[in-house]
Design a protein around this ligand. Structure first.
Ligand code: 2HA
Ligand code: ZN
Length: 271
C-alpha cells in the first residue's frame, strides 16, 4: 500500500485549501470542498473494503451509490488542512442505501463531512449528467463576490452582465454565466436542491450574503472559475461608485465570445 499522505488527491486538497485561506475566502470554518475520486487510485492507498464507520447523510444520493469522495470536515478550518489532513478531511463512499456515507479514511477526531454535503452531492449529480468529467464542487466566501450580493439585485442576468463587463476574461472563462440564489438558510436539503437546480444551467452559483459554489472537472478549473468571478466582482466594487469612462459593450462581448469560440448565454446580451 502506498503512503496516503503522498497521494496527489491529498496533496492537492492541502494546497487548494491553503490558497483559499490565504486569499481570505475561507475564514474560520467557512467553505467546503468535495472531489469525486477514482476507486482504483484510492485503492492504491487504502483498503477500500475497510469501512471505519458509517455516517447518515440525511438525504438520498442514489445516483452516486458506490462513488468515493474526499470531503472537507464540518467545523474544520481550511487554515489547518495542510498540517493535519487526516483530521480535517475524510474519504467517504456513498453506501448501497444511498443515504449513508461509509468512512474509509480521515475525520480522525470522530468528526464528519461538511454540513453542506447535500448541496455538494446534489450538485455533483446534476453536473455529472451534463459533463461526465465533472469531479469537483467547491464552496467559499470570497470578499468582493459577497460584497456584490449586498448591492446587486438577485437577478442572474443582471449579475452576469455586470461581471462580464468588468474585464475581458470574464465571458471567456464563464460564458455560461453565474446563477444566483436569494438568501437562504445554509446547510439544509432545501438550499442543496436550489443550488443543484441552478447547476443545471451554471457551473457557478452565488448565494446572496453568503458565498459562491463552483463545479468543474478538477480543482484547478473550479478554483479558476471562482477566482475569475471574484476578480470581476472586485473590479466592480472598486469602481461602481466612479464614472465609467471605458466600458465593454454588448457587441464587444459578442465579438470576444466569437473570437474565443465559447458557447455563451446569448439571451444575456442586448443586441
Ligand atoms: O462549512 O461555509 O456554508 C461552512 C460553510 C457553510
Ligand atoms: Zn459557506
Amino acid at each position: 500500500m502506498k503512503n496516503i499522505f503522498e497521494a496527489p488527491f491529498i496533496k492537492e486538497m492541502c494546497e487548494v485549501t491553503a490558497n483559499m485561506y490565504c486569499l481570505g475566502w475561507d475564514e474560520r470554518n467557512g467553505g467546503n470542498i468535495s472531489v469525486m475520486l477514482d476507486e482504483k487510485e484510492v485503492g492504491e492507498y487504502l483498503d477500500i473494503n475497510d469501512v471505519i464507520r458509517t455516517i447518515p447523510t440525511g438525504f438520498d444520493a442514489k445516483e452516486l451509490i458506490g462513488k468515493i469522495f474526499i470531503v472537507t470536515g464540518t467545523g474544520k478550518y481550511f487554515k489547518n488542512v495542510a498540517k493535519d489532513p487526516e483530521n480535517n478531511l475524510g474519504i467517504i463512499r456513498i453506501a448501497e442505501d444511498g443515504t449513508t456515507a461509509e468512512l474509509l479514511w480521515g475525520y480522525s477526531d470522530g468528526g464528519k463531512f461538511t454540513s453542506e454535503l447535500p448541496a455538494h452531492l446534489m450538485s455533483h449529480t446534476v453536473r455529472l449528467a451534463i459533463n461526465p468529467e465533472n469531479r469537483v464542487v467547491m464552496h467559499c466566501h470570497p470578499d468582493y463576490t459577497l460584497a456584490m450580493t449586498q448591492v446587486c439585485e438577485v437577478d442572474e442576468r443582471k449579475l452576469t452582465r455586470i461581471l462580464w463587463k468588468q474585464m475581458t476574461e470574464s465571458i471567456v472563462v464563464f460564458p455560461d454565466g453565474v446563477g444566483m440564489l436569494p438568501w437562504m438558510v445554509c446547510g439544509t436539503n432545501d438550499i442543496g436542491i436550489a443550488t443543484a437546480e441552478k447547476m443545471k444551467q451554471y457551473r457557478l452559483v452565488v448565494w446572496t450574503l453568503h458565498g459562491i459554489y463552483g463545479a468543474g472537472k478538477d480543482l484547478d478549473e473550479t478554483f479558476g472559475l471562482i477566482e475569475t468571478v471574484e476578480k470581476a466582482a472586485k473590479m466592480y466594487m472598486l469602481t461602481a461608485h466612479l464614472p465609467a469612462v471605458n466600458t465593454i459593450e454588448d457587441k464587444d462581448l459578442k465579438a470576444l465570445a466569437e473570437a474565443f469560440g465559447v458557447d455563451y448565454r446569448k439571451d444575456f446580451l442586448d443586441l
